[in-house]
Design a protein around this ligand. Structure first.
Ligand code: NAD
Length: 427
């Protein structure tokens, strides 16, 4: 992601905010991150050498509550990206009515180049650098691209060593054994799945006749694909950083997943009578996947993949954004012109932060919720937010993105005005 991503995020924020008459002081507050920690982490590599890594943590806006957001490990991480992602977290928490603000963090590295021990040392170094910046009542990290429950466990452990106290609520997405929540692993994918189901219900889409392509077969993409397939939707294409696979008659998600876990590559397989066979599939690349003639396209990898250069070539009628920021602000207009309905990231991928919030609540209350409770409360939050946005979209003849932004703006405006002095200066 380039440095321009934050500028692009602000461009969209101001376009939608101005159209919705959001007060100028609110847009100004939402355009300036409250605090960003930028640091260099040093670890000793397995061969004895020292290595340095750039790292960030942003607490973007805490007007609605402690800031919350994932930590990304990727070679393209930079301050602008972290701030853009933290802005989107601020809006996302508002859309699904959580008492949380927006934050984000990241380390600039290719995690595949580090050994497990080096990765653990680096994750612990990150927490040492951020220990005064994060906390269960100030800023609560979680997993994002190339970070997972294991890494969250190391981070919690390091934080507890520093503070000499038990503090599971400092981080979410932890292993179950360390106070993680049931249902957190699948939460982002499940939230997106619930959005697709709502979309299908509103538009009378028949699952067996609805084809889907998913870019990114990681945490979000895999669980979403699995749930959609269980409901009868036809997943015809999947991809990861190395490439994509396409099968006109649909892929068997669980077999692809198992094969990928085993061989580390995407291969189209299905299991029949307990024999795994290769099914007829085509190898394509990630750009070809985006342009497939499918009904629903789900970008679930990185940001900025649909831009003004390829938006005209998107043939899907619906785009459901599991990734944060996969569509640039220029591409918004092109997709709208071509009557492509986009279910935006700050709604479609909100399942992750919703269940992270449930995990934080459980940790604070010393409770464990059942999986049924997590699933039903998640569905309640996502469906409420989806239905409110769908209604507003239809009433005001605006896009789903504009509708969810307007809902977020309303909640943030109320909170900003209730906290501040703007009433005294109103004309
Ligand atoms: P992950 O690390 O589990 O998976 C990322 C996937 O993207 C992997 O399959 C990887 O191979 C693939 N990928 C990486 N580079 C690619 C490229 N250039 N082209 C195609 N595929 C590529 O990450 P995740 O947690 O599933 O996150 C994916 C997206 O969802 C990110 O944008 C993230 O910010 C967003 N998201 C994640 C969560 C969460 O809880 N994990 C919550 C909200 C949003």
């Amino acid at each position: 992601m380039s440095d321009l991503v934050f500028q692009d995020a602000l461009k969209r924020l101001h376009r939608i905010g101005n159209q919705a008459n959001v007060p100028e002081h609110v847009l100004a507050a939402l355009s300036h991150p409250q605090a960003t920690l930028s640091t260099n982490l040093c670890i000793r590599k397995d061969d004895g050498h020292l290595a340095y890594f750039k790292a960030y943590r942003c607490r973007y806006n805490d007007i609605l509550g402690p800031t919350k957001g994932g930590i990304r490990y990727h070679q393209d991480v930079n301050q602008a990206e972290v701030e853009a992602l933290a802005l989107w977290m601020t809006l996302k928490c508002a859309v699904v009515s959580l008492p949380l603000g927006g934050g984000k963090g990241g380390i600039t590295l290719d995690p595949k180049q580090l050994s497990p021990m080096e990765l653990e040392r680096l994750s612990r170094a990150y927490v040492r650098a951020c220990a005064d910046f994060i906390g269960p009542n100030t800023d609560i990290p979680a997993p994002d691209v190339y970070t997972n429950a294991r890494i969250m466990g190391w981070m919690m452990d390091e934080y507890e060593k520093i503070t000499r106290s038990k503090s599971p609520a400092v981080i979410t997405g932890k292993p179950l054994a360390l106070g993680g929540s049931l249902g957190r692993d699948s939460a982002t994918g499940r939230g997106a799945y619930l959005c697709v189901k709502r979309l299908a219900k509103n538009l009378n889409l028949v699952p067996a006749q609805t084809t889907i392509a998913i870019q990114g077969f990681g945490n979000g993409g895999y669980f979403c694909a699995k749930l959609l397939q269980q409901d009868g939707f036809k997943i015809v294409a999947l991809s990861d950083s190395k490439g994509a696979i396409y099968a006109e008659n649909g892929l068997d998600i669980e077999s692809v997943h198992q094969e990928k876990q085993r061989s580390n590559t995407l291969k189209a397989v299905y299991c029949e009578h307990s024999v795994c066979e290769l099914i007829d599939h085509q190898k394509i690349n990630n750009s070809e996947l985006l342009e497939l003639n499918v009904d629903i396209l789900i970008p679930a990898a990185l940001d900025g993949v649909i831009t003004r250069d390829n938006a005209h070539d998107i043939k899907a009628r619906y785009v459901v954004e599991i990734a944060n920021g996969p569509v640039t602000s220029d591409a918004d207009a092109i997709l709208a012109q071509n009557e492509v309905t986009v279910i935006p990231d700050i709604l479609a991928n909100a399942g992750g932060v919703v269940v992270s919030y449930f995990e934080w609540l459980q940790n604070k209350q010393g409770e464990y919720w059942s999986l049924d409770k997590v699933h039903s409360q998640l569905a309640a939050k996502i469906e409420l937010a989806f239905d409110a946005a769908w209604r507003l979209k239809n009433e005001d003849a605006i896009s789903m993105r504009d509708a969810v932004y307007r809902i977020a703006f309303n909640r943030l405006t109320d909170a900003i005005e209730a906290h501040g002095t703007s009433d005294y200066f109103r004309q």
